[in-house]
Design a protein around this ligand. Structure first.
Ligand SMILES: [Zn+2]
Length: 233
């Protein structure tokens, strides 16, 4: 299986499907990453505060280290400016994603849902562009079979304001007992420089989540049906 994950910032992959990716990588899947920015405007508590350029370099190193821990086969970083993706034409982003699809021939694509989990404008821009690219790739017969969105368990959806969105209505529940520690390790790498990642790693150690949740947007899933892995036949 070949999986392409597309996100806005270094650490989105670790907050998101890291444990699922690690599970499938260990079963032989090839994992390709496309990250649009270096996250140079993320919240850091480094003193003295690095310049955006310096923080972007640190976060690229962190991303590559986290990707290695998770088991990525390859990772591409685009040169967009953190915080500006909503000003980039969707077609331009879509073409970059289509290029990656033509290069890596994924069957499965994983990205943000329409709520972007946190509603960050960069996340929403990535959601729109990836969904458009997937639709185009299906129409052009580029070999894509399934599109998945990040989704939180329903009990978290309410506190995150994601009720009613795919982001809060997972239909795929994957046992990640074996690779859950990989997600925490990847978050710890980002946590060297980014406060949120450190806090998330602490939280996941206190409250383990050994079932990872995703929303399969394509092929469509019947209401109430629960999938237990990445399937697309
Ligand atoms: Zn992000």
């Amino acid at each position: 299986m070949r999986i392409l994950v597309v996100y806005a910032h270094p650490d989105d992959e670790s907050f998101g499907p890291a444990a699922v990716l690690a599970k499938y990588a260990r079963e032989g899947a090839k994992i390709f990453g496309l990250i649009a920015t270096r996250g140079e405007h993320g919240s850091t508590d480094l003193q003295p505060r690095p310049t955006p350029r310096e923080l972007g370099q640190l976060r690229e190193q962190d991303l590559r280290a986290a990707a290695a821990i998770i088991g990525f086969t390859h990772l591409d970083i685009l040169n967009y400016t953190d915080g500006t993706l909503e000003t980039v034409p969707t077609n331009e982003l879509m073409e970059q994603i289509l290029d990656a699809i033509r290069r890596y021939h994924p069957e499965v694509i994983i990205t943000f849902g329409p709520g972007g989990i946190t509603r960050h404008p960069d996340h929403l821009a990535i959601h729109r562009a990836v969904t458009a690219a997937f639709t185009r790739a299906l129409a052009e017969g580029l070999g894509v079979c399934a599109l998945y969105y990040d989704a939180v368990p329903p009990e978290r959806a309410r506190e995150m304001g994601l009720e009613g969105l795919p982001d809060g209505q997972p239909n795929t529940f994957i046992d990640v007992t074996e690779t859950y520690p990989v997600k925490i390790a990847a978050l710890r790498v980002h946590g060297r420089h980014i406060v949120d990642a450190r806090e998330m790693a602490d939280r996941l150690e206190r409250e383990p989540q050994t079932v990872a949740t995703l929303y399969r947007a394509w092929p469509k899933v019947k209401p109430g049906e629960r999938l237990t892995g990445i399937h697309f036949s």
